[in-house]
Design a protein around this ligand. Structure first.
Ligand code: ADP
Length: 454
C-alpha cells in the first residue's frame, strides 16, 4: 500500500515536472497543467473501464496487475474472487457428499416445498414410495404417492406418531412414514418412509401367537376350574385337601384373568383406531364401576366421587369401561385399608379428564415410565397377592391411544398416586346431544321398520 502511494505521488511529481517542461517550451501554465491532468485522468479511466469489463465478463483477475493504487485494487478483488471460488468449491463438495449420503440411505427421503410439491427425492423413494426424481419434480406428493391417509396426515401437521401405510403401488410392503417440518417458518417438509415390513409381520405373528395361545388355554382352564370347584364343594373331599384345593382355585382364577387380559390386549392391537365408536354415557358407566370398586374394597376404603353428569364421550363403551375400571380397581388393590380414593370426571380447558387419586404408598419416579409395559409391576409379590395380572395399565394405554387420549401419572412415594386420562375436546358430547342422537337413531330405526320390504 505504501509502495503504491509512493508510486502515485511519483506520478504526480513526474506530471508536474512534465508540465513545467511544457511551460519551459513556451506553452501557457494552465494548458500545461490541463495536459498533465488529462494524462493522469486517462490512466485512471483506462484502469477503471478495464476492471469493469473484467468483472462484467466474470474473468478471474490474475497478475500481472497494473502498478500503483490500481494494482492494489486489482489484487484485492482477485483475492476476494479466489476466496469466493474456494468457498463455492467447498460448498459443492459438501453438497455432493451430502447427496451421496442421502442417496445411500435405505429409507425413502422426499423433500416437499411449502405447497407440498416434490423438490427432491432419493433413489429409495422410487422403490418405496413410487416417487421418481427428477421426473416427478414439482408434482404434488399426493399425485404420485396416492394414499388418502398420508395426504390428510401431512395436512393435519400432527407428526408426533408415525403413520403406518401399505403403499398402493406395492401392497406387499409396509411403510412407517415420518414427517419433519423444516426451513423458513417450518413450511417445508422432509418425508421419511421406512420399510417396516419385517417388523410388521413379526408383530402380526407375535400378536396372533399370543391371541391363539390365550384362546387355546381358555378351554382346558375352564375344565380344570370346573373340576376344582366340584372337588372343593364335595363333602367327600378330605379336610387336608381343602387348603391346597383353595390355592389351586386361586391360581386358576389368576390364570383366567391373565388370559382374559391378554385376549383384550390382542383385540385392542388388531386395530389402531377404535372401531364402532358411538356416544358413551360415561357418568352411567362410572356409577357401575364405582359400585364394583366398592364391592372389591368391601368397605376398606373411603371413596370421594365427583362426576359431571352432563359430560359424555364419543368412543367405544366397552374399552372405556375397561380402562376406567382398571385404574380405579388398581387404587383399591394397591393401597392399604383405610386409604382415601378420589374419582373425578370433569370438563377442563384442554378437554374431558378422568382422574383417580389415592393417598396410598405411591410409586417411585423410576417406575413411572415403565408402568404401561406388559407384566411390569412395582412390587411383583404384592401385585400377585392382590390378584394383579400386570396387564391393566398396558390395556389402559392402548384404549387411550385408540381414543386419541393420553395417560398421565403423578406420584409421590409415601403420599399417593394420581392417574388421569386426558381426552381431546372433540370427543366431548353433552347429555342433550346424546339424547338427540338417541332420538335420531330411534326415528331412523322405526322408519326403517315401517318401510315395506322389497
Ligand atoms: P396390576 O395388574 O399388577 O395392577 P397394572 O398394569 O394395572 O398391573 O399396574 C402395574 C403396576 O403399577 C402395579 O403392579 C402396581 O405396582 C402399580 N400401581 C398401579 N396403580 C397403582 C396405585 N394406585 N398405587 C400404587 N401402585 C400402583
Amino acid at each position: 500500500m505504501r509502495n503504491s502511494t509512493a508510486f502515485e505521488l511519483g506520478l504526480v511529481i513526474v506530471g508536474g515536472l512534465g508540465s513545467a517542461l511544457l511551460i519551459g517550451l513556451g506553452l501557457g501554465w494552465a494548458e500545461s497543467l490541463l495536459i498533465g491532468l488529462c494524462v493522469l485522468l486517462a490512466r485512471h479511466a483506462w484502469n477503471l473501464f478495464r476492471l469493469a469489463r473484467l468483472i462484467r465478463r466474470q474473468h478471474r483477475l490474475v497478475p500481472p496487475f497494473p502498478s500503483g493504487i490500481w494494482g492494489d485494487i486489482y489484487r484485492a478483488i482477485g483475492q476476494y474472487q479466489q476466496r469466493g471460488r474456494k468457498g463455492r468449491k467447498r460448498q459443492l463438495r459438501f453438497f455432493r457428499r451430502f447427496r451421496e449420503a442421502a442417496n445411500s440411505v435405505p429409507d425413502a427421503l422426499v423433500v416437499l416445498d411449502k405447497s407440498r410439491r416434490i423438490e427432491w427425492a432419493n433413489p429409495a423413494a422410487q422403490v418405496l414410495m413410487d416417487v421418481h426424481w427428477p421426473p416427478d419434480d414439482g408434482k404434488q406428493l399426493s399425485e404420485v404417492f396416492d394414499h388418502p391417509e398420508l395426504a390428510s396426515y401431512i395436512v393435519a401437521g400432527e407428526y408426533a406418531r408415525p403413520l403406518e401405510v401399505a403403499p398402493t403401488h406395492n401392497r406387499s410392503i409396509m411403510l412407517s412414514i415420518r414427517v419433519a417440518p423444516f426451513g423458513e417458518r417450518k413450511k417445508q417438509r422432509l418425508v421419511v418412509g421406512r420399510d417396516i415390513t419385517k417388523v410388521f409381520h413379526l408383530n402380526l405373528i407375535r400378536r396372533d401367537f399370543v391371541a391363539n395361545a390365550s384362546h387355546e388355554l381358555r378351554t382346558p382352564l375352564t375344565v380344570i376350574t370346573g373340576f376344582l370347584e366340584t372337588l372343593a364343594d364335595s363333602a367327600q373331599t378330605p379336610a387336608g385337601h381343602r387348603r391346597p384345593l383353595n390355592r389351586m382355585q386361586h391360581q386358576a382364577e389368576r390364570m383366567r384373568s391373565i388370559i382374559e387380559d391378554l385376549l383384550t390386549l390382542s383385540r385392542l392391537e388388531m386395530d389402531e383406531q377404535a372401531v364402532e365408536v358411538g356416544p358413551v354415557d360415561v357418568p352411567c358407566e362410572l356409577e357401575q364401576i364405582v359400585a364394583d370398586a366398592s364391592a372389591l374394597s368391601s368397605g376398606r376404603h373411603q371413596f370421594q366421587i365427583e362426576i359431571d353428569s352432563d359430560l359424555m364421550l364419543i368412543g367405544k363403551d366397552s374399552e372405556l369401561r375397561s380402562a376406567f375400571s382398571n385404574i380405579l380397581f388398581n387404587a383399591v388393590k394397591h393401597t392399604p385399608p383405610g386409604s382415601q380414593i378420589q374419582l373425578s370426571w370433569a370438563q377442563t380447558a384442554s378437554g374431558p379428564v378422568f382422574r383417580v387419586t389415592d393417598n396410598g404408598p405411591g410409586i417411585a419416579p423410576k417406575h413411572i415410565p415403565r408402568l404401561t409395559e406388559r407384566f411390569y409391576r412395582v412390587d411383583k409379590a404384592r401385585s400377585r397377592e392382590s390378584g394383579g395380572t400386570g396387564l391393566g395399565l398396558a390395556i389402559v394405554k392402548h384404549v387411550l391411544s385408540r381414543h386419541e387420549a393420553r395417560l398421565a401419572v403423578a406420584s409421590e412415594p409415601g403420599q399417593g398416586t394420581s392417574f388421569s386420562c386426558h381426552f381431546p375436546p372433540a370427543s366431548t358430547l353433552s347429555a342433550i346431544q346424546l339424547e338427540r342422537q338417541r332420538q335420531q337413531a330411534h326415528q331412523t330405526s322405526s322408519l326403517a321398520a315401517t318401510q315395506p320390504s322389497v
